[in-house]
Design a protein around this ligand. Structure first.
Ligand SMILES: [Zn+2]
Length: 253
């Protein structure tokens, strides 16, 4: 089988779909949640990796560069970037992000959703980029950003971890949400990242200041329980209670 990135008939290696460091990040908290939006079972049957998609050069050199930057970006101390708006309608918190590598951050996030799209494992079955699979592959391979309006990214975070389980730091298998356009949700490292992959206008969350842009952007802090992810995780939490879900604390393979 050819590598899906360079298209060469090279030996394929065990390639992570969601980078390993995202899981290590969770381990600091002693909570590692592997949540599969679709599977009925309480355990993830196979890991967040695939042996049938990438050669070592592409995984280590091309994607490795993006993954390294993703780790640097998401591991930074965001506390100095928290700003608060005092407003009669209610106070709002947000993070103002500037001085970052726009190209590497965007290509990192697109590469995660691309890897999920080419991976045929069940936990990524709701990610299907269609004709954008090829377009995003070219962007990843060439390090050139094209189709800017079709691949907008917005990020959200949560004010504080919810009581009990640290679901705000969960990793949730990317899943498709529909806001008038195909938008994929990726939850990792304490953020919900929305990635639009469509020429259409998204109905919400892609309206300007919160879209990742070279000059900077805003990450809104929402109330976790009221957020879309909070609602989804509430359902998952119920399912976990029903299924006696296993929480793994020390090892992930
Ligand atoms: Zn390759």
């Amino acid at each position: 089988m050819n590598c899906r990135l360079c298209n060469q008939p090279k030996k394929l290696i065990k390639a992570h779909i969601i980078p390993d460091w995202a899981f290590r990040y969770l381990k600091q908290d002693n909570h590692l949640f592997q949540i599969n939006m679709k599977a009925k079972s309480r355990k993830i049957q196979s890991g967040y990796w695939d042996r049938t998609i990438l050669c070592e050069d592409c995984d280590k050199k091309i994607l490795g560069r993006y993954d390294t930057y993703g780790k640097k970006f998401f591991s930074q101390d965001f506390s100095s970037k928290i700003k608060t708006i005092n407003d009669p309608r209610g106070n709002a918190e947000y993070l103002h992000i500037t001085n970052f590598d726009y190209s590497l951050l965007k290509l990192f996030l697109l590469s995660v959703i691309w890897r999920a799209s080419i991976c045929k494992k069940e936990q990524f079955s709701s990610v299907n980029l269609g004709s954008y699979e090829e377009i995003i592959k070219d962007m990843i391979f060439s390090t050139k950003l094209t189709h800017e309006n079709d691949t907008q990214i917005a990020m959200f975070t949560w004010k504080a971890p919810p009581k009990g389980l640290s679901f705000s730091k969960a990793i949730i298998s990317p899943f498709k949400r529909n806001f008038g356009a195909d938008v994929y949700s990726l939850v990792m490292a304490g953020f919900e990242i929305l990635i639009k992959v469509s020429p259409l206008q998204s109905s919400i969350h892609m309206d300007g200041f919160n879209v990742v842009k070279p000059e900077g952007f805003v990450i809104l802090s929402t109330d976790f329980e009221a957020s879309a992810v909070g609602k989804v995780t509430k359902k998952i939490r119920q399912r976990i209670q029903e299924a006696k879900y296993t929480e793994k604390q020390s090892h992930y393979q």
